[in-house]
Design a binder for this molecule. Structure first.
Ligand code: 5AD
Ligand code: SF4
Ligand code: FES
Length: 364
């Protein structure tokens, strides 16, 4: 049997940047060999289980102006909302009743004290209502160490903060150049979260203007070097109300951005065998079977949307976002069918901590 270059690479215990670039460029049979290996790694290390994280898109107010994002401060097309406490608690109740075991509270970035205290009190109410049985992840942007600590003590133990791109020069092209948008501050936030013993998740967008294959390989190496516990990443999808829309015609076609995203998931599963990797909603914005395809090449987490339907059209970070009209119940049954089609089972009732995190704290 002829040993192809991809087979040789996949046998290497540690992949070099050159190997990763090669894998990102694979086509046809070599691409399928990559996907096959990733699927095998998933089965061997994390099993065929999918963990649900009920997603609550808590508020769409954001002080930032990222050039790619639909809810950036500068876009006044959306009505700004914040869910009431009882709406949040109702969504939490749905998660609990349906055995989701874990929720994510996400919003645009707000750092004022009223917001910080509101989140803190909500966390305490959630803990009380669920008797500590629901695991809470936050995704509320860059905050001070004091805020992260207050939220940790109020009951949040996981945090998602995408680095967006690991290359600081590229970061500058995708954000205004000012104190609020600063790559090193974002990195510092990730380090602070780690120091405070959060389980830390990060991620990137794939197929951005000016982004190269070499940048994407560096993103994967960044996850490995940072020793991250969870990753959520997906294709960049241009939004008409954002500055990056002007580069629409220079982007990779959507199908290629999707394929690159699948390869990123597959390579990451090979690089970091026991972390949690999300099959992100943006994957499904391009391909109706996007999330199942991501599960088949290594992802093991899905975030069913629990946001009340009336707010969903105001949380459009990118175009074609799925599930805008479907409520929590519909998304649940839709995902059950999809996950079974991908050959996985849903780990109802399990917190699904990243195994990587558990092993990391044993070493610390
Ligand atoms: N396309 C894809 N993902 C996007 N995000 C923001 N805007 C877009 C877009 N246009 C992602 C960012 C952010 C996450 C909440 O959504 O990575 O961290
Ligand atoms: Fe705000 Fe996040 Fe959108 Fe940036 S990506 S504008 S921080 S919601
Ligand atoms: Fe929401 Fe399919 S997951 S409709």
């Amino acid at each position: 049997m002829i040993s192809t270059r991809v087979e040789k690479i996949l046998k290497n215990p540690i992949l070099t940047k050159e190997d990763i670039v090669y894998l990102l460029n694979t086509r046809d049979k070599e691409r399928l060999a990559l996907f096959g290996k990733a699927r095998e790694m998933k089965k061997d290390y994390v099993g065929n289980k999918v963990y649900f994280r009920g997603l609550i898109e808590y508020a769409n107010d954001c002080k930032k102006n990222c050039y790619y994002c639909g809810i950036r401060a500068g876009n006044n097309r959306y009505v700004r909302y914040r869910m009431t406490d009882s709406e949040v608690l109702e969504a939490v109740m749905f998660a609990q009743k349906n055995d989701y075991a874990s929720i994510v509270i996400q919003s645009g970035e707000q750092t004022n004290q009223a917001f910080v205290s509101k989140v803190e009190s909500l966390l305490k109410r959630i803990k009380k209502q669920t008797e500590g049985n629901i695991h809470v992840t936050l995704s509320l942007g860059e905050q001070s160490e004091e805020t992260y600590l207050r939220w940790f003590e109020a009951g949040a133990h996981r945090y998602l903060l995408r680095i967006e791109v690991s290359n600081p020069e590229l970061y500058k092209k995708l954000h205004p150049n000012n104190k609020t948008h600063n790559h090193s501050r974002r990195l510092e936030s990730l380090n602070t979260l780690r120091k405070l013993h959060y389980q830390v998740g990060t991620g990137v967008m794939i197929g951005l203007p000016f982004q190269t294959i070499s940048d994407l390989a560096d993103d994967l190496i960044f996850f490995r070097d940072f020793d991250v516990d969870m990753v959520g990443m997906g294709p960049f999808i241009e939004h008409v109300d954002t500055p990056l829309y002007q580069y629409k015609n220079d982007l990779l076609p959507l199908t290629e951005r999707f394929d690159l995203s699948l390869k990123m998931v597959a390579i990451l599963r090979i690089l970091m065998k026991n972390i949690n990797i999300a099959a992100t909603t943006a994957m499904q914005a391009i391909d109706p079977q996007g999330r199942e395809k991501a599960l088949m090449v290594g992802a093991n987490v899905i975030m069913p949307n629990l946001t009340p339907v009336k707010y969903r059209q105001d949380y459009l970070l990118y175009e074609n976002k799925p599930c805008v009209d479907e409520d929590a119940e519909e998304c649940k049954s839709c995902l059950e069918t999809r996950i079974h089609m991908a050959g996985d089972t849903i780990a109802y009732g399990e917190w699904g901590d990243s195994q990587h995190f558990q092993e990391r704290i044993k070493k610390d």
